[in-house]
Design a binder for this molecule. Sequence first.
Ligand SMILES: Cc1cc2nc3c(=O)[nH]c(=O)nc-3n(C[C@H](O)[C@H](O)[C@H](O)COP(=O)(O)O)c2cc1C
Length: 378
Amino acid sequence: MTDRSTRRQWCRGVGAACVVVPAVGCNLPDGTGVAYETWADYPDRSLPAELRLVQAAILAANPHNTQPWRFVVSPTSIELWRDADRSLGAMDPLGREQVIGLGCALENLAIAAPGFGRAVTIETLPDADAPLLVARLGLATAEAQDHPLADTIVHRHTQRGRYLDAPLSEQVEPAMVELIDDLDDVELVLLQGDDRARFRSGTIDATKAIVDDREMNEASHVWWRQTIDAIERHRDGLTIMAMGFGAATQAFGKLGDGPSAAKAGAYWIRNTERGQTTGSAFGALVTPSLEDPAMLLQVGRAWQRLHLWIVANGLAAQPLNQMFERRDREAQRGLPRDFGERLDGLVGEHAQLGFRVGYAWDEFGPSPRRPVDWVVDA
Ligand SMILES: Cc1cc2nc3c(=O)[nH]c(=O)nc-3n(C[C@H](O)[C@H](O)[C@H](O)COP(=O)(O)O)c2cc1C
């Protein structure tokens, strides 16, 4: 085949793609539609205040977008329950991330309440006989008040693209420390400078270890949602639009049936080596004990608050927990402590949640959410 005929064939191929892509494009996921309505409608003024508060909780960060919550609601109270069926299995072997995600929901409730004229009292893990009951919130009518982070609830999204390699301003770290000062059991460790390289290489190595561990990789892949149909049926999980891919990868990725778990793992490693370990600083939230559920809830509250503050101040963030997930897996399987040791050395014992923070090159939009009526029990 001559160069010219090869080129002609290539041009024909591109021409065909130019016709096919827009033609099927209307059936491809684009981050809009019923799966995203809670973001678009929030706060839905047609709902009573207590259900608007549930909307706020639904918009919180949570592991793998599993949304492991249920709510029992009355005009004077909201109970937050753990949905044990929505666990990450081998990806979250000690169930730590699930409880942290519930803490994130709790924080959004607390931040939204004053704006809807509600004063809240929060009792966490109130009932030893009901192990899935996470918190009971009392709601009293009060004069409506603005919370400085309430307007950001709807703008906070996990940003998984490339970040600028620029230092944080000197005010950021003390402001973040002060923001969570009232959460007595949570300490913030921020790694800037040389320690960033150790966090970065540890995260890449841990991603490879997860992908090599078939049970973990498949437990993660269960939550992948490829098509509009899957996104709208489940309204949870991870989508191609939220992964931080460039425009071409997104466009062509949407055309296929979706990657196998192994292929998705390979993309994940590549993405972690490239964009997902860029940024101004890595950080971790640390507590005095690793598995105390009350402390895990505080970590969730701290992360949600910090992420809202980060976004309100023009920065971006992504939790990065591969090392933490591997450390828990080592404990669960009685494996030699590799990532456990690395984390102890980097951020101290009992590190609960890792993240990166910085200035995003590109902003990515929301992840799907299950609506209020799917998660509220009478
Ligand atoms: C405890 C916890 C752990 C998380 N770990 C990761 C992680 O390792 N990598 C990542 O990209 N996102 C992580 N996330 C972010 C969630 O995937 C994200 O919150 C969820 O998909 C919903 O998307 P949103 O934050 O954009 O609303 C984590 C969130 C929580 C609460």
